[in-house]
Design a protein around this ligand. Sequence first.
Ligand SMILES: NC(=O)c1ccc[n+]([C@@H]2O[C@H](COP(=O)([O-])OP(=O)(O)OC[C@H]3O[C@@H](n4cnc5c(N)ncnc54)[C@H](OP(=O)(O)O)[C@@H]3O)[C@@H](O)[C@H]2O)c1
Length: 334
Amino acid sequence: MRFQEVVLKHVLTEVPNRHDFAITERSVPSPDGPGSLIVENICLSLDPYIGSRLRGRHMGEPAPAPGERMPGFSVCRVIDSDAAGFAKSDWVLGEIGWASAGRIDASKVRRLDSSLPSDAHLSVLGIPGLTAWAGITQLLKIKPGDIFSVDAASGPVGATAGQLAKSLGARVIGIAGGQMKCALATDYFGFDQCIDRLAPDFAAKFAEACGAGGPTAHFENVGLSILLPAMTRLAANGRVVLCGMIEHYHADQPPMIPTGLIIGKRAQMLGLVVYDFQSRQDEWHAMAKRLLAEGRLKYLCDEVQGVHSAPEQFERLMRGANQGKCLIRFTPDR
Ligand SMILES: NC(=O)c1ccc[n+]([C@@H]2O[C@H](COP(=O)([O-])OP(=O)(O)OC[C@H]3O[C@@H](n4cnc5c(N)ncnc54)[C@H](OP(=O)(O)O)[C@@H]3O)[C@@H](O)[C@H]2O)c1
């Protein structure tokens, strides 16, 4: 049996695009001794951090070398097992990269509940959801009366953060790129307002939405183009989570944080690394499942079919053109 994979063509120096990748074919390996699993991909997650990882800028992880398979986590189905406790058809979360099948060490996978949709495991119940939960409940500690702003508001982290803040009693102002994404934030995710970051009067509209007091808490996913106006409007003693800086992942210089505004506002800047909260995933899942059942938490995926679609879909994510969690679908869930 053959499977397809996507490899990096060359060392990257700019924002990645579809031409930076090549598709190759290989034979599906066999289990290589106790503890190994052969899996087929059900659904692959494409994430912004892969952009920084390609430049060797993510948590000390090396960039893949030219010719190497692209990294990434997937919901997979076991098709052959030489590992105790794993049987054919079991679902696992593991890093087989951009490939339709692969071999993986059972000690490096997490077992998944196959009664839940694979896209939920990679979005609201996966790393994006946990990131939002950590920022909202553990760092910003959102409470009733907060005025909360978040950018990339229709994406998996931003949309979950906004809905959680709303469920905790905050007034929620989203910021998103374009009218379509703003409409998603308000009409689908239930934000109170959403401001188009691409509109020429963005700063004025954002100030108007925040009111005289400004946001008491801000969740940053994008970078200085949003952080600066948000910090300028921030309420005194406001709290800010720095979650992502996607617009700077391929820049030559790191972004300059506005120290004068931090001091003047007596602001708290809180850095977020989701890996610190992975041991608390069950707490998030308990809350998420309750909110999902009550219809107070929704998620949205932007998925295309097959590994050959991954380069183009990744280019869309790197340009910010995605609408919802970026995924590659291989097989229907079951
Ligand atoms: N700290 C952590 O542990 C952690 C964990 C997970 C994710 N993150 C970060 O959280 C942020 C959101 O992640 P996500 O998975 O929810 O992403 P996402 O929202 O699906 O995609 C990123 C969004 O950023 C916006 N954007 C603005 N300027 C951009 C630019 N120059 N290039 C590309 N995108 C741009 C776009 O939305 P608009 O058009 O609406 O602006 C785009 O859709 C990312 O920065 C990510 O790296 C951090």
